[in-house]
Design a protein around this ligand. Structure first.
Ligand SMILES: *[C@@H]1O[C@H](CO)[C@@H](O)[C@H](O)[C@H]1NC(C)=O
Ligand SMILES: *[C@@H]1O[C@H](CO)[C@@H](O)[C@H](O)[C@H]1NC(C)=O
Ligand SMILES: *[C@@H]1O[C@H](CO)[C@@H](O)[C@H](O)[C@H]1NC(C)=O
Length: 402
């Protein structure tokens, strides 16, 4: 509620200030969701519902084949793509044909499944809980539950539907955290993974270089008290006005474009390769919603330097975990083959933290730093040159794996 209010006021100011500014440079894909984008690009898109063992109903979006490669008799190895915090399945296609990883994989003969984490735009459903009326219970999860319940449900569903034994997995940011949680807490799932590719991997966060986020984390206790007091459970669900903000603030014709870029740079690292005109396409679907606990869980990781379960207060930890501090995730249990792709200028996935994770993994296949030294966290999805800098290597690595 509170966030909506602040954002509404912001929009009011911006829209009155910029009423006269023409929007003629608007990107043609602004306002389209994943279903509309796939249709526009000529790719088939299916929606599948998957139920987790704790009652959440999740949407998997599937592109079973590309438009020029549509013989369904071929065996198409399945690939599960998992988005990051506050995002959704559209991350993998909104760059369009020839660039979006989901589309490139379909063109290359893969059966592409794009997940949506519990609580986002497409997975705001539960067999008994209502996300609005029962928000305190519905949003009582972090990336721990996504790794322990969501991913296994999706993987089982995909393997059953495609009658395959293994699935490829590509995650971005939190989509990698989810996987590392699953690999250590549900180790039986490691055998179902042909290869896991981690773009901007996040497990340890003790070396996070972002000075602004570090500053916020210093005030963790105060912020946590405020959140409890204000009864905030859901964080940044999607409203159409984000599209308007993106348009008004970030488009070519906007006098606020510099501010828009500064804001993104502050979160993700400076000097990135995203076309500002494309930002309203991103904000047409993002933020897509998460629980506040996901944010708090990451803040705990930054503060402690540990890759550990959610830290309740001391007493609740004792009740829940039988010890005063949250148990650490044992990354040595992740036996699936994993490749880590990281970047020099990523302000969220620090190089030292990625290397520490790489040291712990028992089946590290590839540790690859993106050659462009300015590449940052969001460039992994939306850099203008992302196919050349990253995706072609990802696809080559998948093709080379049986
Ligand atoms: C499919 O083939 C058509 C005609 O050759 C071509 O214009 C189009 O770019 C191709 N699409 C993809 C995704 O390869
Ligand atoms: C079409 O898919 C098959 C796998 O089913 C793959 O071997 C082939 O390279 C693909 N063709 C094109 C033009 O991408
Ligand atoms: C949230 O989940 C934790 C266990 O993870 C439980 O201890 C707590 O009671 C739950 N809170 C609500 C409001 O359901």
């Amino acid at each position: 509620m509170y966030f909506s209010l602040v954002i509404s006021i912001l929009i009011l100011i911006v829209s009155t200030e910029s009423k006269q500014i023409a929007t003629r440079n608007l990107h043609p894909d602004v306002g389209l969701n994943i279903i509309q984008l796939a249709e526009k690009y000529g790719y088939p898109l299916e929606s599948h519902n998957v139920q987790t063992s704790d009652g959440y109903i999740l949407t998997l979006h599937r592109i079973p084949y590309g438009p020029n490669n549509s013989s369904r008799d071929d065996v198409r190895p399945p690939v599960l793509l998992m988005h990051g915090l506050l995002s959704s399945s559209v991350d993998w296609i909104n760059m369009g044909p020839g660039v979006g990883l989901g589309l490139l994989l379909a063109d290359n003969g893969y059966d592409v499944w794009m997940g949506n984490q519990r609580g986002n735009t497409w997975s705001r459903q539960h067999i008994t809980l209502d996300p609005d009326l029962d928000a305190e219970k519905f949003f009582n999860f972090s990336f721990h539950e996504i790794g322990v319940y969501d991913l296994p449900a999706k993987i089982d569903y995909i393997l059953e539907t495609t009658e395959q034994e293994k699935v490829f997995y590509v995650g971005h940011s939190q989509g990698t955290t989810d996987f590392f949680v699953m690999g250590s807490e549900r180790p039986e799932y490691n055998d179902k993974i042909a290869l896991m590719i981690a773009l901007a991997p996040i497990a340890y966060m003790g070396e996070l270089p972002n000075p602004i986020i570090r500053q916020l984390v210093e005030s963790y206790d105060l912020i946590k008290q405020l959140i409890d007091h204000m009864k905030i459970y859901e964080f940044l669900p999607h409203f159409d006005f984000y599209t308007d903000i993106g348009e008004q603030i970030c488009s070519d014709s906007s006098e606020f474009q510099d501010t828009c870029l500064l804001f993104l740079n502050i979160i993700c690292g400076f000097d990135f390769d995203i076309d500002p005109n494309f930002i309203p396409v991103i904000t047409s679907n993002a933020p897509a919603g998460s629980s506040i606990n996901q944010i708090l869980h990451y803040a705990q990781e930054i503060r402690s330097g540990n890759f550990a379960q959610y830290d309740h207060d001391r007493e609740e930890n004792v009740v829940k975990y039988g010890q005063e501090t949250p148990p650490l995730y044992d990354v040595t249990k992740i036996t699936a083959p994993v490749s880590l792709y990281y970047a020099n200028n990523d302000w969220l996935a620090a190089i030292d933290d990625v290397l520490k994770l790489g040291d712990g993994l028992s089946n590290l296949v590839n540790l690859k730093k993106v050659s462009n030294s300015q590449f940052n966290h969001l460039d992994f999805l939306w850099a203008q040159h992302v196919a050349d800098l990253v995706y072609n290597d990802v696809i080559a690595e998948i093709k080379a794996t049986n």
